[in-house]
Write a protein that binds this ligand. Structure first.
Ligand code: BTN
Length: 249
């Protein structure tokens, strides 16, 4: 037991607008232990990154939030939270499924399809993170995906197995806790390295698109603040923040 370990508390809901919204209201209202999980079978207003909706068929997938109080983490280094959450998820999925990768900045892919999205919302106080709500949408047993909704897949679709949601949830939360405790003990550099090792297309010459159009380039590095360093074919280096670069599959 470490002071940054997770509580084993889980709040289960049948239906809610968004587990991230619920978590925020709870933090504002009462004391919550670090690592409390809020999970709902169904979300009516599931939120994705950048005002997108997160669509998930009720009862088939995992949609949950973990409430954290990372007072040990400086706001300018908060990308470490994304990295450790990605690793916790990718480690677990890799034990069951081949070709699991992290797509920068914080999606989990199997081959060229997205199996999991992460939405982390944090409050900052001075030089510290006050609280972080880590929202995770993992497609587990859903078998059909809207072609127009992007490149979605699920664990079941990739393997032909059906999974017990409770088992998947508890294994993933344990994995994320392991990396959270490691990070809180000052192992950020190890986590950054491991994240890079699992990064989709890292070190390969690949097609991308930015505001200047299509180009070939190589992901060289992810900076501690989360920016992506890409070297273009002509040798010029570019740093991107989220949504400034598109991956071409
Ligand atoms: C993404 O756009 O990839 C992020 C998706 C995050 C979805 C999860 S589901 C649980 C939590 N509650 C929400 O409303 N969103 C996150």
């Amino acid at each position: 037991m470490n002071k940054h370990s997770f509580s084993n508390k889980t709040i289960r809901l049948a239906s809610i607008d968004s587990t991230n919204n619920y978590a925020l209201k709870l933090i504002q209202k009462e004391h919550i232990d670090n690592g409390t999980v809020i999970i709902s079978d169904y979300q009516t207003e599931g939120r994705g990154q950048r005002l997108n909706k997160w669509m998930s068929e009720g009862g088939l997938n995992l949609t949950f939030s973990i409430v954290l109080f990372p007072h040990w983490l400086r706001p300018d280094l908060q990308f470490l939270l994304s990295q450790l959450v990605c690793l916790g998820l990718a480690d677990y999925l890799s034990m069951h499924i081949p070709d699991v990768k992290v797509k920068w900045p914080n999606d989990i892919y199997i081959k060229d399809k997205k199996v999991c999205g992460i939405l982390i919302e944090s409050a900052i106080r001075g030089m510290r993170l006050e609280n972080s709500i880590v929202g995770i949408g993992l497609n587990v047993n859903q078998m059909e995906f809207d072609e127009n909704a992007g490149r979605g897949t699920s664990m079941a679709l990739m393997t032909g197995h059906r999974y017990v949601l409770e088992e998947v949830l508890s294994a993933i939360v344990k994995n994320i806790e392991k990396y959270y405790v490691l990070a809180s003990q000052g192992n950020g550099d190890k986590i950054q390295k491991k994240y890079f090792d699992q990064l989709l297309f890292a070190g390969e010459m690949r097609g991308y698109k930015d505001e200047n159009g299509f180009f070939n380039g190589k992901i060289e590095k992810v900076l501690p603040d989360g920016r992506l360093l890409v070297v273009k074919e002509d040798g010029t280096e570019y740093l991107y923040v989220f949504k400034e670069i598109e991956f071409i599959f």
